[in-house]
Write a new protein. Structure first.
Lengths: 341, 341
DNA sequence: TACATAGAGCGAAACGTTTCACCCATGAAA
DNA sequence: TTTCATGGGTGAAACGTTTCGCTCTATGTA
C-alpha cells in the first residue's frame, strides 16, 4: 500500500542504491536529487523504519522505564527526555513500573523484546539484578535520579546530600535551632537528603527531638499529616525542611488550614520542582533540581554509549568505566524563611 | 550477535517454517516442541520484532500523542493506557505536544514514520487537519478526552456537559443561588462543562453576575487568582464550581490562605480526579472522570479498528462509521457543600 | 598521451522473520 | 483396494531497506 523505495526507482529510473544514498545524505547529481525529491513528494514516500532497522540493527528507539508515571516529577522529566531524544531522531517507549519491582522487571524484558537501542531507567528496585538481561545483551543503560550499586551502570543524579545540607544550613544561618524534617527513607534520594540534613545539624550541634523527625514516604499524605502533628506539639519547631514536591504540597495545605502563618510562625524550605513556588504564598525557598539538565545529560550519555557500542570502542566484554554524573541542585530564593532569635 | 531462528534450526535440525510455527503458536509434535524450547533457552533466543514487523507489516506499537505530559491528568491516563496496551502485547510510543499545535503535527508525522499500528491522541489543535496524513495512510486513530469535528474519527470522552449540569444542580438543590464558576474556555472540555453549568443556571432561573464568571484556562494560577477575586467581592458567592484539577488546586490554596472556611462560608464542588479529595479538608465533592475506563475503552476501540483494517472488514476506502463513546463522570460524595438559606 | 583519482551510479547480497504452496505419512471411509 | 482428509513438516519467496564491491566517466597530473 505505502510507497517504497522501489516505486521511486520505477519513477526516476535510478537504482535502489542511489536512492538509499540520497535518503542517508550521500552525494548525487543535483539533477537526480531533484528527481528523487519530486517522486517522494508525489508518492508520499516515507522510510520504512522496520526494514531499515532490520538491516542496520538499530531501532532508533529508546526504552524509558519510570517508577511512577503519574506524578509531576516524572512527567516533567519525561517531557524533557522526549524533547532531546526527538532531536536525535529517537523515539521513546515509556513503561511505567507503578512502584512495583516485579512490574519493573517485566518492563525491562518487554523493552528488550522490542529491540530498543538503549534504556533510561528511573528504578524502583534497590537491587540492580533486574537489569541483568539488558547488560547481557550489551544494551546501554543510563540510570536517572536513583543510582544502583553496580559498577557497570551509568547514572545521572542530583547532589541530594549537599543540597539538603545547604538548605538546612540556610535555616540555621537565619538563627533557627528548632528545625523539623519531613522527608522519606523509602527511596535513595530521600535517604540522601535526610543524611545531608542530619549532617548539618550535627556539624552545628543542633539537637533534633524525635518528634521533629517525620520520616515516611514521598507522598502528599505524609506531608499533610506530619505538618499537622508538628503544629500540635507543645514546643513547635520554628522551621521545617520539606523533602519533595508531594510533601511540600501536603504540608503547605496543612499549614494553610491552621492558624499559623509562614514565615512569621514557621519558616519553610523545600526540595524539588519550582512549579509550586509560583503558587504558594509566600514564595517558597527551594532546592531546585535541574531536571532539564538531567534529561539532557542522560540522553547525551546514553547516545554516547550507543555510539561506543557500534564502533566497538568499548573494552573487552563491553565493559567500560561507568560514569556517575552528579548535578547540583540550586537554592532558589523566596520569602518563606524568617530570621529567628 | 543475538541468536536467530537459524541458530535454532541448526541446533534442532528442524526447518525455519516449523520453528516459526512454534513461535506463533502452531501445532507440532511434543518431541519437536521440546527440542525448540531447549534451544531457545540455551541460546537466549528472542524474536527480532523488526524482522517480524517487516513481513507482517505490524509493529505492535501504538503512538500516543498527548497535549501535555507533565500534568497529573495525562500521567494517570498514560498509566492506564500503558497497562491495557501491554496486556495486548503492544508498546506505547508517547509524544508530548506541550500544548503546541505545531509540535503536535510533527509528533504525528514522526510516529507515522515509526510505523505505529495505530494512534491514541489527546489533541491540542481544534482542527483535525493535522491528522490528515494518518487517515491517508489508513492508520486507525482514537481520540481521547477531546473530540474533533471529523466524521472519520473515533473518540472516547466524558459527558462533561451533563456532569457539570449535575454538579451545579447539586449546589442549587442545597439552596445556593449565588453560584460562581471558575473554569476554562480554551479547550473543548472546559467549554462543555461551562455550557452544562450555564444550562442548569438557566433552567433554574439563577442569574450569574459577570463577576462570578471566571473563565480562563485550566491552570493553577487561574484557579488561585479567581478565588482570590471572588473572596474580595462585596457580595461573595456562597458556592463555587471548580472546572478541573489545576483550578481546584489553585482555588483551594487561595481559600486556605483566606479567613473563610469551607463549607461554612463557601461551598465547593470540583471537576476531575479524586487524588485531591484525599488531601483537601473537608473532603471535596467531585465529579470524577472514569479515567481507567476511558483508557480501557480507547484501547479496545483502537484494537478493534486495527483488526478491522487487517481483515479488510472496513468499507470502501477504509471508511467506517465512527464511534463516539461518552462515559459518565460520577459525583463522588464529600463534605464541601453546606445547605444555604 | 598516458595514468591515476575521485565522484556518481549500479547490481546483488544480506538482515531475520512469516507465509505460501506443496509433500508425505497415517488412518478412516467408501 | 482406492480415495480422501488431516496433521506435521518443508523449501523458497517475499518484506523494504542498506551496503559491499564493482564499473564508468570526467577531471587533474605527470
Amino acid at each position: 500500500m505505502a510507497a517504497t523505495i522501489r516505486d521511486i526507482k520505477n519513477m526516476t529510473g535510478l537504482s535502489l542504491a542511489t536512492i538509499s544514498k540520497y535518503l542517508n545524505g550521500g552525494n548525487l547529481l543535483p539533477e537526480n536529487r531533484e528527481k528523487i525529491e519530486e517522486a517522494i513528494r508525489t508518492l508520499h514516500y516515507e522510510v520504512n523504519e522496520m526494514a531499515r532497522g532490520l538491516v542496520t540493527s538499530q531501532s532508533k528507539t529508546i526504552g524509558v522505564v519510570v517508577f511512577d508515571i503519574s506524578n509531576v516529577f516524572t512527567g516533567t522529566v519525561l517531557q524533557y527526555l522526549g524533547e532531546y531524544l526527538r532531536e536525535e531522531g529517537y523515539a521513546a517507549m515509556i513503561c511505567d513500573s507503578q512502584n512495583d519491582p516485579v512490574l519493573e522487571e517485566q518492563n525491562v524484558r518487554f523493552l528488550l523484546g522490542k529491540k530498543v537501542d538503549g534504556m533510561i531507567v528511573m528504578p524502583v528496585a534497590q537491587d540492580p539484578g533486574f537489569l541483568e538481561p539488558v547488560l547481557r545483551n550489551h544494551i546501554p543503560v543510563v540510570l536517572m535520579d536513583r543510582p544502583l550499586k553496580d559498577s557497570r551502570l551509568d547514572c545521572v543524579k542530583v547532589n541530594n546530600r549537599e543540597a539538603a545540607y545547604d538548605a538546612v544550613k540556610l535555616l540555621a544561618d537565619y538563627g533557627h535551632r528548632r528545625i523539623a524534617l519531613i522527608s522519606a527513607d523509602t527511596v535513595i534520594t530521600g535517604q540522601e537528603r535526610l543524611e545531608g540534613c542530619l549532617q548539618l545539624l550535627k556539624d552545628r550541634k543542633i539537637r533534633v527531638p524525635r518528634s521533629y523527625m517525620k520520616v515516611g514516604d514521598h507522598s502528599i499524605g505524609h506531608g499533610y499529616r506530619s505538618m499537622q502533628e508538628l503544629l500540635k506539639l507543645k514546643e513547635r519547631p520554628t522551621a521545617v525542611f520539606l523533602g519533595n514536591f508531594e510533601i511540600i504540597l501536603g504540608a503547605v495545605m496543612a499549614l494553610n488550614e491552621s492558624p499559623y502563618q509562614c514565615p512569621e510562625d514557621l519558616s519553610l524550605i523545600g526540595f524539588d520542582d519550582l512549579i509550586i513556588s509560583n503558587l504558594s504564598k509566600p514564595k517558597l525557598v527551594l532546592a531546585v533540581q535541574p531536571l532539564r539538565k538531567m534529561a539532557e545529560e542522560a540522553v547525551r550519555l546514553l547516545l554516547k554509549r550507543i555510539d561506543q557500542n557500534r564502533n566497538g570502542t568499548d573494552k573487552e566484554d563491553g565493559q567500560y568505566e561507568h560514569e556517575i554524573l552528579v548535578l547540583p541542585a540550586k537554592i532558589a530564593e523566596g520569602k518563606s524563611i524568617a530570621r529567628c532569635g
